[in-house]
Design a protein around this ligand. Structure first.
Ligand SMILES: Nc1ncnc2c1ncn2[C@@H]1O[C@H](COP(=O)(O)OP(=O)(O)OP(=O)(O)O)[C@@H](O)[C@H]1O
Ligand SMILES: CCCCCCCCCCCCC/C=C/[C@@H](O)[C@H](CO)NC(=O)CCCCC
Ligand SMILES: [Ca+2]
Length: 539
């Protein structure tokens, strides 16, 4: 085909068959879309090129019958376009449309042009490294990958190296050994814990290869440009749900195929200049730490373990004393009490991206310590939750902090002070409905860029190292036996992994890594326009 200046193809407009009818089909490179219209009524629809999964020549007679007289008159030539169909609740599905015509040359011209345009989608992965946790969630990871995901990858001509993990940390250790640079992305099939493993492997490997010491809490970490794709097959799947809007393996596979990219903030957790963990979703002490610790003993229950341990922990109603010091995130434009949530193309996250690029230009990788003041809060808390993202999941569809941003360089620090069981239940119920969960006198929320926490017990231990009599681990408050003030420490729940250290230092690293996702898309308000734009509706 002849090219226009700049190498572009002229607009391709042809009369092609689809189903039993003839359509005016357009390939508009400038608009980045392929569309079809049916004269004279001109009902039309367009599919963005970026949402076409694959194009293939089709043996017409095998696939399509019943198109009437055309089939008898001449040999028909056909090609099939596989594309993304957006359904309700952020669910994506793969649909196909087979176009036919009598002119073989025209058919080849269309197939060729579409294939070339797909080749030009440079953000699409060609080679992926896949880790499957066969024991995550309901133990369906392998089946989900083989039946729902692998066929789509193969349709999109993505080649894969697949590792089914044999033990915990298998994926993480493996990422330090393989040549990760030959892959366009790493896919984890499992839950938040499996994602965490892959993220630790990738971030750790990047720092190792760049000579950066992860034990230094002030180190500026090297961004990881190898994207991670999450095929949800775990118990909570909070990271997938909060970044895609649904926990659905086919939807996630399609986001990987079309090459979506969503930057993500990562918090580093240190104790005494020793690196402990990274966190992207929930870093929770008290309620969520205790649930996790109890539920780990009941892994055999599958996802139900969280309901069982959640109920038990709620009844135990333990609170913990400690001190939190934090630096507010002054550079971000939002607030945790905003009514707007982080959505695809989020303005606030875009601003943070610009700031980050400017900072890197000015200081390179050198970390500039801010002069901002530290705020200090002492108290008795039922829960201390720091979230880098909303933490929406099927159990809590708007999450623990509905206005938290995926990539603004900050975390929301939620402090739930000692209160009655009834009030705590009211707070928990608001995780699941539309009411404002921060509108309680015993709940405070701050947007922070870093914080430190020291439990009362570790403060006491530090100041009275010699006074062994004061270390009464495992006992309850002697002064008030019925007060539920537990003088043992709680545990940190770090993205679903336990962390026993009760004195930690946390810092948010803006957009340290990237996912094959695009954030949650705005709901299509105009349902009529939405349905009109689907090929199925036209046929
Ligand atoms: N082959 C394996 N055998 C045992 N444990 C494994 C294996 N592969 C991975 N793991 C570990 O299993 C843990 C839990 O896995 P995963 O996150 O997939 O499921 P989950 O805990 O049910 O879901 P969620 O994290 O969403 O609550 C991870 O921390 C991971 O390190
Ligand atoms: C009476 C109704 C009360 C209902 C209360 C429901 C509250 C649900 C909130 C869920 C918040 C999930 C936050 C995400 C945490 C993940 O990083 C982590 C790893 O997967 N999951 C858990 O710790 C699992 C945590 C599960 C807690 C139940
Ligand atoms: Ca954030």
């Amino acid at each position: 085909m002849e090219r226009l200046p700049g190498g572009r193809r002229p607009r391709l407009v042809s009369s092609l068959g689809l189903g039993r009818r003839s359509w005016e089909v357009t390939l508009d490179e400038e608009r980045g879309a392929a569309g079809l219209a049916r004269p004279p009524a001109r009902r039309n629809c367009f599919v963005p090129i970026s949402e076409i999964i694959a194009v293939e020549e089709t043996e017409f007679n095998k696939k399509q019958r019943n198109i009437g007289r055309w089939q008898k008159m001449a040999k028909l030539h056909a090609f099939t376009v596989h594309y993304v169909k957006k359904a309700r609740n952020h669910r994506w599905r793969c649909r196909d449309a087979t176009f036919w015509c009598v002119d073989e040359h025209l058919c080849n011209q269309w197939t060729q042009a579409l294939k070339e345009l797909l080749e030009m989608q440079k953000s699409r992965p060609k080679q992926l490294l896949v880790y499957i946790n066969p024991y995550g969630g309901k133990r369906q990871g392998k089946r989900i990958y083989e039946q729902k995901v692998a066929p789509l990858f193969s349709l999109a001509s993505i080649s894969t190296d697949v590792v089914v993990t044999e033990h915990a940390n298998h994926a993480k250790d493996n990422l330090f050994e393989v040549n990760i640079y030959k892959y366009d992305g790493v896919v984890c099939v499992g839950g938040d814990g499996m994602f965490s493993e892959v993220m630790h492997g990738l971030i750790g490997r990047m720092q190792k290869d760049s000579g950066i010491d992860q034990n230094n809490p002030k180190a500026s970490l090297v961004q990881c440009n190898i994207r991670i794709g999450i095929i949800p097959a775990g118990s909570t799947d909070c990271i997938c749900y909060s970044t895609v809007g649904i926990s659905d393996p086919v939807t996630s596979a399609l986001h990987i195929i079309v090459g979506d990219c969503q930057p993500l903030d990562v918090s580093s957790v240190h104790h005494n200049n020793t690196f402990l963990k990274y966190s992207v979703s929930l870093l929770g002490y008290g309620f969520y730490g205790d649930i996790l610790k109890d539920s780990e003993k009941k892994r055999w229950m599958g996802p139900m373990r969280y309901d069982y341990s959640g109920f038990k922990t709620f009844l135990s109603h333990h609170y913990y004393e400690g001190t939190i010091a934090y630096q507010p995130a002054k550079q971000t434009h939002g607030s945790p009490r905003d009514k707007e949530s982080c959505r695809t193309g989020c303005y606030i996250c875009k601003q943070s991206e610009k700031q980050l690029a400017e900072q890197n230009k000015e200081h390179g990788l050198k970390h500039e310590e801010g002069e901002e003041e530290w705020k200090v809060i002492k108290g008795k808390f039922l829960a201390i939750n720091a979230v880098n993202m909303s933490c929406a999941c099927p159990r809590s569809p708007k999450g623990l902090s509905p206005a938290a941003h995926l990539a603004d360089g900050s975390a929301d620090l939620i402090l739930v002070r000692k209160c009655s069981r009834f009030n705590f239940l009211r707070y928990l119920v608001r995780h699941t409905n539309q009411d404002d969960q921060f509108d309680f006198p015993f709940v405070d929320v701050y947007r922070v860029k870093c914080f430190q926490f020291t439990s009362k017990l570790s403060e006491d231990n530090e100041s009275n190292v010699m006074d062994i009599g004061k270390k009464r681990f495992g006992q309850f408050c002697r002064d008030h036996p019925a007060c539920c003030c537990n003088i043992v420490n709680s545990t940190w729940n770090c993205d679903g992994e336990t962390l026993d250290s009760s004195a930690i230092e946390v810092r948010v690293h803006c957009q340290l890594m990237k996912l094959f996702a695009r954030g949650i898309e705005e709901d299509c308000k105009d349902e009529a326009a939405h349905s009109q734009s689907s090929i199925e509706q036209l046929l």
